[in-house]
Design a binder for this molecule. Structure first.
Ligand SMILES: *Cc1c(COP(=O)(O)O)cnc(C)c1O
Length: 475
């Protein structure tokens, strides 16, 4: 299986292997890596997969996208990733039936209580394996406003050959989020609290990683949501959820996905491409509704940071969804000329419009792909949390509430609806208390979190000081 960039002529590209695509992250031309073909899973195979354990199912789904890791090694890596010790049960991603035809797919029982652990834990094992094989090391540099950073740190802690330098805005995360990251004492984890905003953190990472000589010398790498290995690992739980929700293998289901960077719903789209019988891909946004607007109108207009609202589902406060380019690449029938035209319009005018005549085929493809979209408000989230607590005695987090609200609106009840639970409510106590008047219980391992010793360094928003910090710690 070769991986090609979304920005260059397909025929002219040799492509790179899976491991190379994973280590590099972004393609050299600035595009995203996508597989040259989509492997298929037919109905008899689907029947066979329906009785497998999570790890065996993950091997069956993921091995179809990888041909440069021997199968025995891959089996071991996946087996070491998806254990009941790390994810709390043998099911890994259990399904909760709320009522006939309505299910919650619970993918947030990993160490940081959000679904990102499913992909990040795998990425930790995978990085360590590839780096050992190539006898090299990597320094992961990233910026976080909360969830991604902690998920990366819990996945990389104690890993050989890997250091993590994670920037976060000083005193701007919730006490829970700060404690979750800063309580890690592993010598390969460096928490850097930057005197600035999340945007300053991101700008610093871009500046340092953009210095090619520095990047090479210090072997900088990234774990952001465009990494193909992360997208791929997320496909597995759509299969797992499907087997629990449908009455018979082969019949259809709808999925509803709280969306920010378009990584999770891209995985659902790819599972559908592989042959999983998904009818509607329901995309839920919060007040930052760029993607809802796109699927409704054909106009794609990412917003600048100044027009991005801070909401009560903060992990979806994204107005430029990085993985979206992979979907549009398919919608153009993988046409580099059209891609460059569209991304040229984005650069020049800040938007593109697929209802223009020259894009008629692209827009038709988008409409055929099965997406339905909607958005929610803060009040919708509070109401949905309260309604589910009333009806089913289940407490969901505000992101999950976005998905449930939009999902119920978009579903016609003819096929089962699976809503993805992207975080546990314990992470968002304040909003839960506003919705139902009580705080959700915390997993045992988190009960004394805020009182643990904190490990972090404070730096000004200054690129040279960040470089000096990395130099000192690495050499
Ligand atoms: C990251 C995140 C999302 C958004 O997922 P994407 O893959 O970026 O679309 C939704 N909910 C929670 C809790 C998250 O952490």
């Amino acid at each position: 299986m070769r991986y090609v960039s979304t920005r260059s002529e397909l025929a002219s590209q040799q492509g790179v292997s899976f491991c190379a695509a994973v280590l590099e992250g972004l393609a050299p031309d600035g595009g995203l890596y996508v597989p040259k073909d989509y492997p298929k899973i037919d109905l008899p195979t689907l029947h066979r997969l329906s009785s497998l354990s999570y790890a065996d199912l993950a091997f069956e789904v993921m091995s179809r996208w990888i041909d440069d890791i021997p199968h025995e090694d891959l089996k071991k890596l996946i087996g070491n990733t998806y254990t009941s010790e790390v994810f709390g049960s043998d099911e890994i991603t259990p399904v909760l039936k709320l009522k006939d035809g309505l299910f919650l797919l619970r993918v947030s029982f990993g160490p940081t209580l959000a679904f990102k652990d499913i992909a990040m834990q795998w990425l930790g094992h995978l990085f360590q394996y590839i780096l050992e094989r190539e006898k090299r090391t990597m320094n992961i540099l990233g910026a976080t406003s909360g969830d991604t950073g902690s998920s990366a740190e819990y996945a990389m802690r104690g890993k050989k050959n890997i250091n993590v330098f994670m920037l976060s805005p000083h005193q701007r995360m919730t006490p829970f989020q700060q404690a979750q990251m800063y309580s890690l004492a592993d010598p390969n984890i460096f928490n850097i609290a930057v005197e600035g905003t999340f945007d300053s953190c991101q700008d610093m990472v871009k500046a340092v990683a953009g210095d090619q000589a520095f990047k090479r010398r210090y072997r900088l790498g990234a774990v952001n949501s465009i990494n193909w290995a992360r997208v791929m690992a997320q496909m597995v739980y759509y299969f797992k959820g499907y087997f629990s929700a449908v009455a018979s293998i082969g019949s259809l289901m709808d999925v509803s996905v709280p969306t920010g960077n378009f990584g999770n719903i891209l995985a659902a789209y790819l599972a559908k491409k592989m042959g999983l019988p998904i009818r509607r891909l329901i995309l839920a946004t919060n007040e930052n509704n760029v993607l809802d607007e796109f699927y409704k109108t054909g106009k794609y207009r990412p917003r600048p940071a100044s027009e991005t609202f801070a909401t009560s589902s903060p992990s979806m406060d994204i107005s430029k969804a990085s993985n979206f380019e992979r979907f549009i690449f398919d919608a153009t029938d993988r046409d580099a000329r059209l891609m460059n035209q569209l991304w040229g319009e984005l650069r020049e005018h800040g938007a593109f419009d697929l209802t223009r005549p020259q894009y008629a085929r692209v827009w038709a493809n988008v409409k055929e792909a099965g997406f339905v979209s909607g958005s929610s408000t803060h009040q919708d989230r509070l109401d949905t949390i309260a309604a589910l607590f009333d009806r089913y005695q289940v407490i969901i987090d505000p992101h999950t509430a976005d998905g449930v609200k939009v999902g119920l609106n978009a579903s016609d009840g003819k096929v089962p609806l699976i809503c993805i639970e992207t975080a546990l409510p314990a992470k968002f106590e304040t909003t839960i208390k506003d919705a139902i008047g009580q705080t959700p219980s915390r997993p045992k391992s988190y009960q004394d979190l805020e009182s643990r010793p904190k490990h972090f360094s404070v730096l000004p928003a200054d690129v040279d000081q960040l470089k000096a910090f990395i130099e000192k710690k690495v050499s």
